[in-house]
Design a binder for this molecule. Structure first.
Ligand SMILES: [Zn+2]
Length: 177
């Protein structure tokens, strides 16, 4: 079991574009395994490889709601279609602790990707919540964070929370670091 450190907002790695995975190697299998350990520990529902500092196009999802149940790995995910109404939903991110904001995104997507067995897969009309999570994670692969997608009002709210958390960080006595 390997739990990796999750990079937080401000780390330049989170702003880089991740590379496509050419083939499933042992190191990709290890990466996916580490990502699941890390996600479970953090109690999150999705994680992208760059969040643990690896700039590869790999995302994992562990989503369990009343209507949707999906656990899986998507390698080189590509959103091939976006449709439905633009909907607003509150999002958070393991790389931006304590910030939860309303983000507008298309309601449904189609996605193609490679499985961990190297097989090409496609999901058509992905569920509402899963569509949201995939869009959020694919953004990470392109160096985009959900705070980039906020309207002015929500962006102000996020900025205040981020600023406060920075100050708390500064005030921590050295023994706690
Ligand atoms: Zn995120």
């Amino acid at each position: 079991m390997t739990i990796k450190e999750i990079l937080v907002c401000g780390n330049p790695r989170l702003r880089e574009k991740s590379e496509k995975v050419a083939k499933i190697s042992k190191s990709i299998e290890q990466l996916v395994s580490d990502m699941f350990d890390t996600l479970q520990k953090a109690k999150g529902i999705g994680l992208a490889a760059p969040q643990i500092g690896v700039l590869k196009r790999v995302i994992i999802i562990d989503l369990h709601t009343k209507d949707e149940d999906y656990t899986g790995v998507m390698i080189n995910p590509e959103i091939t279609k976006k449709y439905g109404e633009k909907t607003v939903m509150q999002e958070g991110c393991l790389s931006i602790p304590e910030v939860y904001c309303d983000v507008e995104r298309p309601e449904f997507i189609d996605v193609s990707y490679m499985s961990l067995y190297g097989k090409k897969e496609k999901m058509i009309g992905v569920g509402k919540m899963l569509s949201r999570v995939i869009q959020h994670e694919v953004d990470h692969l392109n160096g985009v964070l959900f705070i980039d997608r906020l309207n002015k009002e929500e962006r102000m709210k996020a900025a205040v929370i981020l600023e406060k958390s920075k100050n708390i960080e500064k005030q921590k006595p050295e023994s706690n670091l």
